[in-house]
Design a protein around this ligand. Structure first.
Ligand code: GLU
Length: 503
């Protein structure tokens, strides 16, 4: 099945756009077809410099490499395939040629109305109680077009280069039914459809003409696009009919929603994929997350690689209702993917995230051990420098941190607790400095002192890290080693003495 993604270069790639691209990619790959990338730049006013590059970079980041159409090769935009050009502004002659075919067959007509005349028509319809005014069969005979002007007049206007548009002619009595791959059966009434402009006065096609011509000539099997295009579908189906072409399959994907179920908006969420890249989300996470926005795999599986998605994705499990963009789920998935990461790869990521002076003096076995402490705890790689800071600099320990109400540790108990920890840990032999021995010794100590284990472990962990949250006391002590562990406990004891001179 040939599918395509057809973004307009009007800015960054929207998360909804990336989801549409992903679904189209998955269908192409699972059916052994091609994934085509077409650039729809027919709206000159909304064109943004650098947007094509940005969109292509973002698709590459996500691993959605087009087989055909517009793509990036060594940083340069290129087009590949025998059905091009794939950039609409390079296809203007083709659109004109096809618009002219519709003129010849009587399915389209020239219209010369000025902006003011169109505005006047709207006002009159509104005054007459029409809810959504449009240029259609009810008004076309009152307007300035090839249906009302004489042939000579039309010819004279064209020769005098008077501005004109080409409109499609819609029969208001027509009923159009269609089977959408997601929405099911859709029925449209001809009288709801306007005589849509197909070719604008600047010679550029509208989306409607360009879509139909391109998807026919590019041999698209399935058009996957946002739900906002569903209401235009009857125009497209009519155009296919007018040309005598077989229409492709269509699947209109549901809207993305904010938590309050309003349409996903910048005000409540970031909608630019770049924002998520900069925040440090893994591309695999974004792909996994977007796939599940609207698609239900029908099993309890939630973690999917791109290959697994190619295997399992199907349009009949895409819901019609909008899908809530749940950033908590996104963070959860990011955590899951980090946990799954190969240890070596994760260590490399840790090294990359450490600040420069540390990076150049690290020892791989040490950093591997440190990395293993945090792989289950982080969501973003940007958390790494802070999370591992206590390995590289002396922790700043305060009495407030050492004591802890929740763990029922009073400031008064602290000298006794720290002394006991120092004494017990000094006795552990260097060779036996491992989690099992430390656990055994400290649990025995807690029993002896009639303390809860937390009353020993909290101050130990706090003294070693200086942080309210960190990996657990045993793990940290093992990675720090006996010497550093005891030195930090003694330092904490000294801090305590300074702050509580009465102890
Ligand atoms: N250029 C259109 C958009 O960005 C594409 C819709 C389509 O896929 O046909 O919304």
């Amino acid at each position: 099945m040939r599918t395509r993604f057809a973004p307009s270069p009007t800015g960054f790639l929207h998360v909804g756009g990336l989801r549409t691209a992903l679904y189209a990619y998955l269908i192409a790959k699972q059916t052994g077809g091609e994934f085509i990338l077409r650039i729809e730049d027919t709206d000159k006013e909304r064109h943004v410099e650098g947007a094509i590059e940005n969109i292509l970079h973002t698709l590459n980041w996500a691993g959605l490499h087009p087989d055909e159409g517009v793509m990036m090769r060594r940083g340069v935009i290129v087009q590949k395939g025998d059905k091009g050009p794939y950039i609409q502004s390079e296809r203007l002659k083709i659109y004109r040629q096809y618009a002219e075919k519709l003129l010849e067959s009587g399915h389209a007509y020239y219209a010369f109305d000025t902006k003011e005349e169109i505005e006047q028509m709207r006002c009159e319809q509104q005054q007459a109680g029409v809810v959504s005014p449009k240029y259609d069969a009810s008004v076309r005979m009152k307007m300035k077009n090839a249906l009302t002007l004489s042939k000579e007049d039309v010819q004279a206007r064209l020769e005098a280069k008077k501005p004109y548009v080409i409109r499609m002619k819609v029969n208001p009595d027509q009923i159009i039914t269609f089977q959408d791959d997601i929405r099911g059966q859709c029925t449209f009434q001809g009288h709801e459809i306007d005589d849509q402009v197909l070719l604008k006065s600047d010679g550029f096609p509208t989306y409607h003409l360009a879509h139909v011509v391109d998807d026919h000539l590019m041999d698209t099997g399935l058009v996957l696009r946002g739900e906002e295009w569903l209401s235009s579908l009857p125009k497209h189906l009519l155009l296919f009919q007018y040309f005598g072409w077989k229409e492709p399959r269509y699947a209109h994907v549901p809207l993305l929603l904010n938590k309050d179920r309003t349409k996903l908006s910048k005000r409540q969420n970031d909608v630019d994929v770049n924002h998520y890249i900069q925040k440090g989300y893994l591309s695999k996470v974004m792909v996994n997350f977007l796939a599940l926005l609207g698609w239900n795999p029908g099993t309890t599986q939630e973690i999917f690689t791109l290959d697994e998605l190619i295997e399992s994705f199907s349009l009949d499990r895409v819901q019609k209702a909008g899908a809530v963009f749940d950033t908590e789920k996104l963070d959860w998935l990011q955590g899951q993917w980090i946990r799954k990461m190969d240890k070596e790869e994760f260590t490399q990521r840790v090294i990359a995230a450490l600040p420069e002076p540390i990076k150049s003096s690290i020892h791989i076995p040490e950093v591997t051990a440190q990395a293993s402490l945090i792989q289950d705890r982080i969501t973003f790689f940007s958390e790494i420098p802070e999370m591992l800071s206590f390995f590289y600099e002396e922790p700043r320990v305060t009495v407030d941190l050492l004591a802890n109400k929740k763990q029922k540790i009073t400031q008064k108990q602290l000298p006794m607790i720290l002394d006991a920890l120092i004494r017990t840990l000094t006795e552990v032999k260097e060779k036996q400095w491992n989690e099992n021995t430390l656990k055994e010794k400290l649990f025995a100590l807690a029993e002896e002192k009639k303390l809860k284990s937390g009353q020993l472990l909290w101050p130990l962990r706090a003294a070693l890290t200086g942080l309210p949250y960190s990996p657990g006391a045993f793990e940290v002590a093992v990675v720090l080693g006996k010497e550093k562990t005891l030195a930090r406990l003694r330092a904490a004891r000294a801090t305590l003495l300074e702050s509580l001179p009465m102890c």
